[in-house]
Write a protein that binds this ligand. Structure first.
Ligand code: NAP
Length: 310
């Protein structure tokens, strides 16, 4: 029987582990199949306080992992939670290995994943020109001095488009409306950049190419007309989807799938706490995820103390 089980190994999960381990709760952290979460897919993180020169996203996660290990966190690496039963105490957690454990409290820190376009050839051409992370892949020789397309109209899409102007011959910003959702400062930077050409009122109907991307088939959202846009790279930046499917029906979720919180990190069910991007669709920063991990750890500790379990 575990006191506390943390599901997820991004900033939120490792921070919850550091705090619960230091509180002598002997936490178990289950990493999932992509240890370190989304931050491992970025390059330099410049806004995490304490690193005046910035720090590589993967290196930051390794630091957090080592810090959690130093205080005795037990880690289940490369293991995925496939289902949970929160209907009674202790809670049951089932792994993809077929094994199950019981836990008095749970901290959910499963994060979010990139939203996909869901068009026929998207996945066939993934890593052959289709990518979800400009900072990870934009500098590849494959994309140098070639026409590139970013899909989306939010801050992420704008940030990716600006970054890609360093590499591409031209950067098309394909957006389904004719006003950007992005913050004003980002929108102004994008719209005044001569290397960025907006393609308004357009959605991707399919990605074109056999073994590598050669272009996009676009559909005009106003007229329904189809057109072709030649490009070598497609950078999809249309938001995120929370990794919360296994909790549906067990704890309260918002309509958009994110986990509902009340009073700090508490979910609708006593003993189940949440931290990071699976609950946060507003701030979504590494530092806020870490802060939420700390809150969840303290809330779990108090819950266990009230139960007489720690
Ligand atoms: P977002 O703000 O949700 O924007 C997603 C964009 O993708 C929207 O323009 C949306 O169009 C479009 N979209 C969604 N689904 C689509 C689909 N199926 N097909 C085509 N287009 C689709 O997501 P985000 O840009 O990742 O930003 C998330 C949060 O992080 C925001 O709060 C943002 O401010 C923040 N952020 C901040 C920074 C920064 O400050 N430097 C950088 C990155 C992110 P519509 O506009 O029509 O809905």
């Amino acid at each position: 029987m575990r006191n506390v089980t943390i599901i997820g190994s991004g900033c939120a999960g490792w921070t919850a582990a550091i705090y619960t381990a230091r509180a002598n709760l002997n936490p178990l952290l289950v990493t999932g199949i992509q240890p370190g979460g989304l931050l491992t897919t970025t390059t330099v993180v410049e806004n995490f306080p304490g690193f005046s020169k910035g720090i590589d996203g993967g290196a930051l996660m390794t630091e957090m992992q080592e810090q959690a290990a130093r205080f005795g966190t037990e880690v289940k690496y490369l293991t995925k939670v496939v289902s949970v039963d929160f209907s009674k105490q202790p809670f049951r957690i089932d792994f993809d290995s077929g094994e199950s454990i019981e836990s008095r409290s749970v901290i959910i820190a499963t994060g979010a994943r990139h939203r996909h376009l869901d068009v026929p050839s998207e996945h066939r051409l993934e890593n052959k020109g289709v990518t979800y992370c400009a900072t990870c892949d934009g500098a590849l020789p494959f994309f140098r001095n070639k026409p590139l397309a970013v899909i989306g109209g939010g801050d992420s899409a704008c940030e990716e488009a600006l970054y890609l102007t360093r590499f591409g011959s031209i950067v098309y910003l394909v957006h389904r409306r004719e006003t950007l959702r992005a913050s004003r400062i980002m929108a102004e930077r994008v719209l005044s950049n001569p290397k960025i050409q907006p393609v308004w009122n357009s959605v991707v109907d399919d990605v074109l190419g056999e073994n590598e991307v050669t272009g996009l088939r676009l559909k005009n959202t106003a007229t329904g007309e189809l057109s072709t846009l030649d490009c070598t790279g497609v950078f999809v930046a249309i938001g995120h989807v929370p990794n919360t499917e296994i909790f549906a029906g067990q704890i309260a979720l918002h309509d958009n799938g994110y986990i509902q919180t009340r009073e700090g990190s508490r979910t609708s069910l006593p003993g189940v706490f949440v931290a990071g991007d699976c609950a946060d669709f507003v701030y979504r920063q590494a530092i806020t995820a870490a802060g939420m991990g700390c809150m969840a750890a303290i809330d779990a500790e108090r819950f266990l103390a009230a139960q007489g379990a720690s």
